[in-house]
Design a protein around this ligand. Structure first.
Ligand code: WTA
Length: 658
């Protein structure tokens, strides 16, 4: 954790403010304080009860099989279909006319999809995929803008027992190629383009570029028409969605799959350059996303309008746009574009228009709105809001208070929810009808979740102490592995506290005097930029793949809006060092090309040397000091102690141009 986090901490832990739940909400809350006691008494019985909120074709014979730890099996022998649970069962229950999705396109076009409509769309897509030879266990890559078709594609895969691998629309051709190859996908669903900041951004052309990089087993590419941009066409491979899906019958008989049938792979950054394909399965995952969505938001499916502003390309979109809300039969809003298009009040205009009652967004977005000023949200009627959620990074108390006061009108509880791609669903969060919250604290594990903060030896720290966040018991939506790499799975998450059998999350945390939890950010080389996980090694690899770069070191520097910003230090080869700003901007674009625009360094500093220990390890701590404009810390372990002077005197920086 960074020094600035440490400094902030002493303030955090003196937090005296408490925000008890509103009485009216508490009186009708889905979960009361009893849920903690109930789960503590018999954790597995508690999870079994949550699993019963779903429709199963065959009941399980055992709740958890942990004999082959860390490879878990939940709801052993149980059989269900995730897509039926998210769609058909609501129609069968007479709720077909209820709106599932209010889609709002960035240009202002809208589409209302009821559960009955969704059932038809998913059936058609499942029939189309079947026609194209997709079946149980096949991998399908999805590279789509925020759209109804993205939801439908995922549910159609789930319906067939096929495994979707959604790739965020901001990723580059190289990133797509790597992921398609690793998962060995046989089909890709994409769109011509989507709308962002008033412009069409191309998607199919990037898929074409990805597939031209080498041979893959992708036989078909289905293309949704959205951007109306010109696209090249390979008639032997490409199919328009409307042609192949549109003409299918709108019913589809679904079969039930084993609770442990893989549901999806989602790639996320780790500490090495190669992204990890996080694998999730069906029964446990669906149980926990549905439960947490119901509990943390106090969802009343008949009256609430939920809006999660994340992209479907990230786990938050998987769990709290697709599977959680739909399994619960909720009505939700999906918005295609950016918060400031065409004006900075767009989010609040949407919230007002659809009467959003539950909002789930990221601290970076909240801080951006704070910067834009209170008068913008003040122009809209946000009185329908009931519960506000935060996810993706630590939320600072100022942003928390602003969210509560300006967006929540001082009446909505805030649920700061900690979880990860790997955990699949929320793990630490207040319960809005129970918890007296503290600004900036995620408080404690949800009922059923066992979490602790331990020191290096795996011993729990006392209240007031800090250390590493661990999960001490398995949970239903836990990752079942890293696709194709069991060893990396054990090594990354289970080796650090192997004796204790704890899952190591990679986050630092503190317990305050009451034992409530304060998340402090990553303790490894993973950066968190606007809630997006990016590894320093990944960006370093991208930089050194440029012919002019001899060496590169990347750090995440504290940033007031994005949480962290990417700062790169590069040693250039020979003449390239004379390239000045043009060179720096070329390197930034190179990173965007290799990974995606989200990984573009905020700043690139051209330096003559990098600070290394005698064993050759780069001392990122010192580089962070430079990047955060602090005086340089202890340099005694440096192989060459003059290096930092050299760096400080020879800095050449360029401000970002976008
Ligand atoms: C961070 C996103 C503090 C954390 C759901 C974690 C948080 C990483 C919070 C996972 C929070 C997420 N408070 N930190 N409420 N939520 N994080 O996989 O560092 O994209 O390890 O999942 O985000 O990021 P991921």
């Amino acid at each position: 954790m960074t020094e600035s986090n440490q400094e902030g901490l002493s303030n955090l832990l003196h937090e005296e403010r408490r925000f008890p739940p509103p009485e009216a909400l508490a009186a009708q809350a889905n979960y009361t304080a009893d849920a903690y006691a109930e789960a503590d008494k018999d954790r597995l019985a508690f999870w079994e009860k949550q699993a019963r909120r779903l429709d199963w074709d065959t009941e399980w014979s055992e709740v958890l099989d942990w004999t082959n730890a860390p490879f878990a099996k939940w709801f052993v022998g149980g059989r269900l279909n995730a897509s039926v649970n998210c769609v058909d069962r609501h129609v069968s229950a007479g709720r077909g006319e209820k709106v599932a999705i209010h889609f709002e396109g960035e240009p202002g076009d809208t589409r209302t999809v009821t559960y009955a409509d969704l059932a038809k769309l998913v059936a058609q897509a499942a029939n189309a995929l079947t026609d194209l030879g997709v079946g149980q266990g096949d991998r399908v890559a999805v590279y789509l803008p925020m759209s109804v078709e993205a939801v439908v594609s995922m549910l159609a895969c789930a319906r067939l027992g096929a495994i979707h691998s959604v790739i965020f629309g901001g990723f580059s051709a190289q990133a797509i190629y790597d992921r398609v190859l690793d998962a060995d996908a046989k089909l890709i669903i994409t769109a011509d383009g989507g709308y962002r900041r008033g412009k069409v951004f191309p998607l199919k052309p990037i898929v074409d570029e990805a597939l031209a990089k080498g041979s893959t087993n992708v036989a078909r590419v289905i293309v949704v028409k959205r951007g109306e941009n010109e696209v090249d066409w390979d008639a032997s491979r490409d199919l328009w969605w409307d042609d192949i899906v549109g003409r299918q019958p709108d019913t589809h008989e679904a079969q039930a799959f084993d609770a442990e049938n893989p549901l999806f792979i989602l790639y996320t950054s780790g500490t090495t350059g190669k992204p990890k394909g996080i694998l999730h399965t069906t029964g446990g995952y669906l149980t926990q996303v549905a439960y947490t969505h119901h509990a943390a938001f106090d969802l009343k499916a008949d009256t609430d309008v939920f809006w999660c502003t994340a992209d479907i390309g990230w786990v938050t979109g998987h769990s709290y746009i697709v599977y959680g809300p739909l399994a619960n039969g909720a009505t939700q809003v999906i918005y295609e574009g950016t918060p400031d298009t065409p004006h900075r009040g767009r989010f609040w205009e949407i919230a007002q228009k659809y009467g959003v009652t539950l909002l789930y967004t990221a601290p970076t977005t909240i801080r951006t709105f704070m910067k834009w000023g209170d008068d913008i949200p003040a122009q809209f009627d946000l009185s329908a809001l009931r519960v506000l959620g935060s996810v993706g990074e630590p939320i600072n108390p100022e942003a928390w208070m602003w969210y509560r006061r300006v967006i929540g009108g001082d009446r909505c509880p805030i649920v700061d929810t900690w979880w990860q791609t790997e955990t699949g669903a929320m793990m630490i969060s207040p319960l809005p009808g129970v918890t007296a919250t503290k600004p900036g604290s995620a408080m404690k594990g949800l009922p059923g979740v066992s979490v602790d903060v331990v020191d290096d030896t795996g011993t729990p720290v006392p209240n007031g102490g800090g250390g590493l966040l661990v999960l001490t018991e398995p949970w239903p939506s836990m990752l079942r592995g890293i696709w194709g790499d069991d060893e990396r799975f054990r090594e990354t998450y289970w080796s650090r506290f192997a004796d204790e059998g704890y899952y190591f999350a990679g986050d630092g945390a503190k317990k305050d005097a009451d034992g409530d939890l304060w998340l402090l950010g990553r303790v490894d080389d993973v950066m968190n930029v606007s809630g997006h996980r990016i590894s320093t090694t990944e960006v370093e690899s991208a930089l050194v793949s440029h012919p002019s770069v001899a060496e590169a070191a990347v750090v995440g520097a504290t940033d007031p809006t994005t949480g962290q910003g990417i700062v790169a230090f590069v040693i250039l080869r020979g003449d390239a060092a004379d390239g000045g700003e043009a060179m720096v901007s070329e390197l930034r674009n190179h990173v965007a090309k290799e990974i995606g625009a989200i990984a573009k360094p905020r700043q690139i500093m051209v330096v003559p040397e990098l600070p290394k220990t005698r064993s050759g390890k780069i001392m990122r701590r010192l580089l962070r000091d430079v990047a955060e404009n602090r005086s340089i810390g202890d340099v005694t372990t440096l192989a060459d102690s003059t290096v930092m002077d050299l760096i400080s005197s020879g800095l050449s920086t360029a401000p970002p141009e976008d």
